[in-house]
Design a protein around this ligand. Structure first.
Ligand SMILES: O=C(O)C1=C[C@@H](OP(=O)(O)O)[C@@H](O)[C@H](O)C1
Ligand SMILES: C=C(OP(=O)(O)O)C(=O)O
Length: 438
């Protein structure tokens, strides 16, 4: 096997010489871009995505849809409106091959789409994608009428034998390992003959804001969705069969990718402006306004965006992150630099994310001299004086950005494979050094 030199390269994380004072334009949301691509591909007329995120996860999604017959034109709009993708739906056809990389959104959102394809669709991806849970989607699709060939482990690689249509109807799943199981079934639900009714039967469902994002975006393209919040039964979502509209959607900045920049303000006692921070959003990153305020900063949502200011002091926090699990690595990094201990709870499912994030954070922070212990569902972090060293990233974009946050305060931190940030934020190294005025 050849080793990609980018994976072993070390990036010296810049150390902040003073308080940051910067405006950072954060590219579009991964979660919104990939939902918008799927919904536009399933619509009955063309649609537009403006300022889509262009990163490994979203390019994989676009390529996969193209492989199934969808046309996606790329261009640049007039007057600083940025890039756009014009999605032209077509009769979905196979045979097709889909590379999911290590994108949860691709590996979970597309098998339901593939049941609508006329022909087989083969799914494969990075080695880690074989380990990430997919059984909820596979088992549910079989109950709803799909034919899927896998090796019996309920995971990748697999082939969906698309029949051009799916019966749909009611299905029970345990989505406690990933909210994306629910989102996946709902997104394609309008195109199933009987729509879909998803009943979650397991223990706590993580990442509820991401399910709300799915529901909001479905409704915005004309789908009828009944949810627990709209008076339905707890843990039951129902999508009615019907045509979807093509829309013109401007993608919000990725608020989870804004996290390291907000953390920089907190860690250096500085100030960061994130333009275009939405006043209303389903993105989990919006919770950072509250979490990082409790950890010592303050924020103001202005006409220009979110202004986040650090006070020079960082406090520990005791917080349940079950709803906003993808924020955990960045919060752990800040917590390791705080003036008191932290407990991060409700995130056992992070053991099956891009890497086992609880083990990775514990090992890497402790190797810099930290004192982190894993609990059954999270982390205890007791801040200690840290020293430089290599921060390994395990092909996890959020490990890389978490290491960069620590590097601001600790001299001599080197991030292994910073290029892994390309999963959702290929511009990270440039945005980071730009923020620091380097
Ligand atoms: O639907 C989505 O866009 C996401 C849902 C969450 O997944 P899990 O529920 O698997 O944590 C989140 O962590 C992931 O980054 C994006
Ligand atoms: C868990 C994440 O990604 P994925 O969409 O691959 O699940 C993440 O981005 O933190």
């Amino acid at each position: 096997m050849t080793v990609n030199p980018a994976h072993t390269a070390l990036w010296p994380a810049p150390h902040a010489s003073g308080a940051v004072d910067a405006t950072v334009h954060v590219p579009g949301s991964k979660s919104v871009t990939n939902r918008a691509l799927v919904l536009a591909a399933l619509a009955s007329e063309p649609g537009w995505l403006r300022r889509p995120l262009r990163s490994r996860d979203t390019v994989l999604m676009a390529e996969a849809l193209r492989a199934m017959g969808v046309e996606i034109e790329e261009g640049v709009g007039p007057d600083g409106t940025g890039e756009f993708w014009r999605v032209i739906p077509a009769g979905l056809r196979g045979p097709a091959t889909v590379d999911v990389g290590n994108a949860g959104t691709v590996m979970r959102f597309l098998p339901p789409v593939a049941t609508l394809v006329d022909g087989p669709v083969r799914f494969d991806g990075d080695p880690r994608s074989y380990e990430r849970p997919l059984h909820g989607v596979i088992d549910a699709l079989r109950v709803l009428g799909a034919r899927i060939d896998d090796d019996g482990r309920g995971s990748l690689p697999l082939t969906v034998q698309g029949g051009g249509a799916l019966e749909g109807g009611p299905v029970e799943i345990d989505a406690s390992s990933s909210s994306q199981f629910v989102s996946a079934l709902l997104l394609s639900g309008p195109r199933f003959n009987q729509g879909v009714e998803v009943r979650h039967t397991g223990s706590a469902l993580p990442s509820m804001p991401h399910i709300r994002m799915t529901v909001d975006m479905l409704r915005a393209v004309g789908a009828q969705v009944d949810t627990p919040e709209s008076g339905g039964e707890p843990n039951v979502w129902r999508v009615t069969s019907g045509a979807l509209l093509g829309r013109d959607l401007t993608i919000e900045p990725d608020l989870s990718n804004a996290q390291p920049f907000l953390a920089a303000a907190l860690v250096t006692g500085g100030k960061v402006l994130i333009p275009d921070w939405p006043s209303r959003t389903t993105q989990p990153g919006d919770r950072l306004r509250e979490i990082f305020t409790e950890m010592g900063g303050s924020c103001e949502l202005t006409d220009f965006g979110l202004v986040f200011t650090g006070s020079g002091t960082i406090h520990g926090i005791d917080v349940d992150l079950g709803e906003v699990g993808e924020l955990t690595p960045g919060i752990a990094a800040v917590a390791a630099l705080a003036d008191s201990p932290s407990t991060l709870r409700g995130v056992a499912h992070l053991r099956l994310h891009e890497t086992d994030r609880l083990a990775a954070l514990t090992k890497e922070i402790n190797e810099l001299g930290g004192d982190v212990t894993e609990t059954a569902d999270g982390l205890h972090i007791r801040p200690r004086r840290l020293h430089g060293g290599v921060f390994h990233t395990y092909e996890d974009h959020r490990m890389a950005t978490a290491g960069a946050v620590i590097g601001l305060a600790v001299e001599g931190v080197q991030i292994e494979n910073v290029a892994t940030t390309a999963k959702t934020l290929p511009d990270f190294p440039d945005l980071w050094t730009g923020m620091l005025g380097a």
